[in-house]
Design a protein around this ligand. Structure first.
Ligand code: HEM
Length: 729
């Protein structure tokens, strides 16, 4: 530790102030440099107590004699145990399970016309960010791949203060008014009598809530879609959900909705796979994010904004303040105005990811609120909960929450205060402290609230247009591709199939009969309740393709970057096959892993050796995006005798993943009895054969194999395997 420096500034807080004074210009590195003030490297230190006293023994407590009682005067023992006893803080009431990352944001072009926010002006400026992705319903230790909305919260450390964009990966919400939030959360959390089920919407209380609140219909369609089971935090969209405002320097306001789109495309898992991953690797999404950043595959997201002139506020058949509605992109296009790159993992999960405190009310000049009744409640709730979660009113001083912009005000005292405020005055105005700190005019950068004209009677009511619960649910349904529709129906069968109360099951069918009659009939068929007496449904026929993951123009299917490919092999594998395919995959940015019965080395048919990455015991097909099987007669004879290898292939096939095999490798696919698949070798062609994502070639040096296999992986999943259910997996 740099004692000299400490002496000159008096404390760590002093160091920070000195740092802030020196560093007026915020750049990509600023937050990292600020956090550096608080980092400790244990390797360079002697073991000490929290009072700085060097400790001579931390293994044996102080006793009265070798076999005597422990003495109370053992201050090191007492302090160590006491601190340990208080290590846990309350988990977040929602979004308890999360993963964080550092990065930076850069705007593409000045947004001066729309907002005065400084971080949205200069394309040369890199504003540091911290992002926390999360699930909503599960406890802190729950599995990552459960069916749920994902939180997508971004803290921008701007020169004008912290701006938090606290969004989700689904653009609408369950309820229209924040006053319903405690009811909703009580219903979705494990049931109160037995605290079952963990991190799942598939139970009676949630669906009881849904059927009592038709406003949930649109969100539930999203929650049962593939959006709720993302392949990766790096492959999902983000949305600000609520309507906000941009305000420019002239004080002109416009309504806005915020969007994020991942440059790797928008991709999901399949339901059966998510449940298996929850057991095989409950940290799947957390690990994926961490490893990608460690390997230099930095996740990137474009920042988008839908901008609506105030005069157009009432132009739509929905209310733009209703958080259960999207603004269809056909009506209000998204402008993509910047990019966020996540390039650094936290040093300490608790200090950063757990202690970070987001709040939709943390805005900077140029960004303001709308009267969206959900947003209005959120503005209160986050700080309120953080007061108890983080133990008092000074959590803005925790390093991860500290703004880079200087902080000066007359707020004082409270638990865990770090700042040592000097001088006599802690009030304003004053005559003995030079009247400082003083309020600042708009010209000098002061935040001035948008002057919206508001008048009305005090009533508990919602505007009429909030009452259309089904049109956009139908718009969403219309916009889905056929495979996506199938997944939604299957999700209904799972979710409602787990509801014990038949009346609730029937009520769900009746509720969704308001959205689409055919959908209701299909739900009913799978859950043992009668179809509605009369087929209903909304009359909306419009589609909005960007609501679909499959059809959206915001997704890409032209890259295999960061995809994980399992190469199944045994002794006697064809080295030429394996190495040329592995090389081609890695050249495309994918990661290839050798999987075999045991860890250790494998010997090829021509004598080369290769190290196994994972054994069948430590991994599973559900943890990979694609499977490749190289040739080698002895290799394939061995794999054919291994149930794990056959299961690997079957499961990947059933989950619609790309499968590739060359030479004798094709025989393993045949042994797995994949239905209706055409293989290389069946016709007299030298070319690779690609059938429903199963790519095979008879020769290892076949360039057309590499190209076809890579194209199949880039497509992500192959939904055209109609008879995949015939495969046991
Ligand atoms: C548009 C709808 C909403 C979105 C997009 C949203 C998003 C989020 C996100 C992303 C987090 C996690 C923040 C983190 O990673 O630390 C969060 C936490 C939380 N949300 Fe919301 N939320 C919404 C609605 C609400 C409502 C209506 C309320 C209450 C009235 C609420 C209360 C909370 C609370 C109490 C937390 C925990 C905060 C903490 O302890 O740090 N949310 N929300």
């Amino acid at each position: 530790m740099d004692f000299k420096h400490l002496k000159s500034t008096g404390s760590k807080t002093g160091k920070v102030t000195a740092f802030m004074e020196k560093k007026r210009i915020i750049d990509e590195k600023s937050k990292d440099e600020q956090l550096e003030m608080f980092r400790e490297d244990p390797e360079r230190e002697f073991l000490t107590t929290n009072q700085g006293v060097r400790v001579s023994n931390t293994d044996i407590s102080l006793k009265a004699g070798e076999r005597g009682p422990t003495l109370l005067e053992d201050f090191h023992f007492r302090e160590k145990i006491t601190h340990f006893d208080h290590e846990r803080i309350p988990e977040r009431i929602v979004h308890a399970r999360g993963s964080g990352a550092h990065g930076y944001f850069q705007v593409y072009k000045p947004m001066t016309e729309y907002t005065s926010a400084k971080f949205l002006q200069d394309p040369g400026k890199k504003t540091p960010v911290f992002v926390r992705f999360s699930t909503v319903a599960g406890f802190r230790g729950s599995a990552d791949t459960v069916r749920d909305v994902r939180g997508f919260a971004v803290k921008f450390y701007t020169e004008e203060g912290n701006y938090d964009l606290v969004g989700n990966n689904i653009p609408v919400f369950f309820i229209q008014d924040a006053i319903k939030f405690p009811d909703f959360v009580h219903a979705v959390k494990p049931e109160q009598d037995n605290q079952i089920p963990q991190a799942s919407t598939a139970h009676d209380t949630l669906w009881d809530f849904v059927t009592c609140h038709p406003e949930t219909a649109h969100m539930m369609m999203w929650a049962l879609s593939d959006r709720a089971i993302p392949r990766s935090y790096r492959m999902m969209q983000g949305f600000g959900v609520n309507t906000f405002r941009f305000v420019n320097a002239k004080g002109e306001g416009r309504f806005v909705k915020f969007h994020w789109r991942p440059l790797l495309g928008i991709h999901s898992l399949v339901w059966d796979e998510t449940q298996k991953i929850a057991g095989k690797d409950p940290d799947f999404n957390r690990r994926d994010l961490w490893e990608a950043i460690e390997m230099g595959d930095y996740p990137e997201y474009e920042f988008g904004v839908q901008i609506l002139e105030e005069k157009d506020e009432f132009k739509f058949d929905f209310d733009i303040l209703d958080p259960t509605k999207v603004w269809p992109e056909e009506d209000v296009p998204v402008s993509w105005i910047g990019k966020m790159t996540l390039n650094r993992n936290p040093d300490n999960f608790f200090a950063e990811t757990e202690q970070v405190a987001f709040c939709p009310g943390n805005v900077v000049r140029g960004i303001d609120f709308s009267n969206d009744p959900l947003l209005q409640g959120r503005l209160f709730s986050y700080i309120d909960t953080q007061l108890i979660r983080l133990g008092g009113p000074n959590f803005h001083e925790i390093p991860i929450n500290r703004p880079l912009a200087p902080v000066a005000n007359n707020q004082r005292e409270g638990y865990h205060l770090m700042t040592i405020n000097k001088g006599k005055t802690s009030y304003f105005p004053n005559t003995i402290g030079e009247n400082l700190p003083r309020p600042v005019s708009a010209e000098e950068g002061g935040y001035v609230h948008y002057m919206e004209k508001v008048e009305g009677k005090k009533i508990r009511a919602r505007s009429e247009k909030f009452k259309d619960f089904f049109s956009q649910a139908k718009l969403f349904w219309n916009s889905m591709s056929e495979p996506e529709k199938k997944h939604i129906i299957e999700a209904f069968h799972f979710e409602i199939g787990k509801v014990n109360d038949k009346n609730i099951r029937k009520a769900v069918v009746d509720l969704f009969n308001n959205v689409d009659g055919d959908l209701a009939v299909k739900i009913a068929k799978g859950v043992g309740v009668p179809a509605p007496d009369r087929k209903g449904g909304s009359s909306v026929t419009k589609e909005s393709p960007n609501l679909s993951q499959e059809r959206s123009e915001h997704t890409v299917k032209d890259t295999i970057k960061t995809r994980k490919v399992a190469i199944l092999a045994a002794n006697g594998y064809d080295h030429k096959d394996l190495s040329q395919v592995k090389k081609a995959l890695e050249a495309g940015g994918a990661k290839a892993y050798i999987i075999s019965k045991h860890q250790g080395m494998l010997k090829s048919s021509s004598g080369e050796e290769i190290e196994v990455d994972k054994s069948f015991v430590t991994t599973a097909s559900v943890l990979y995006d694609a499977i490749y099987i190289p040739g080698g007669k002895e290799n394939i004879e061995a794999l054919k005798m291994q149930g794990d290898a056959i299961h690997f292939v079957n499961e990947a096939f059933r989950h619609c993943k790309p499968l590739g095999a060359t030479g004798a490798g094709v025989e393993l696919l045949k042994a797995a009895n994949l239905p209706d698949i055409k293989y290389a070798g069946q016709e007299s062609t030298d070319k690779a054969v690609s059938d429903k994502g199963v790519v095979t070639a008879m020769h290892s040096d076949n360039r057309s194999f590499n190209n076809s296999f890579i194209a199949a992986i880039a497509k992500h999943r192959h939904w055209d395997r109609e008879n995949k259910e015939q495969v046991p997996a």
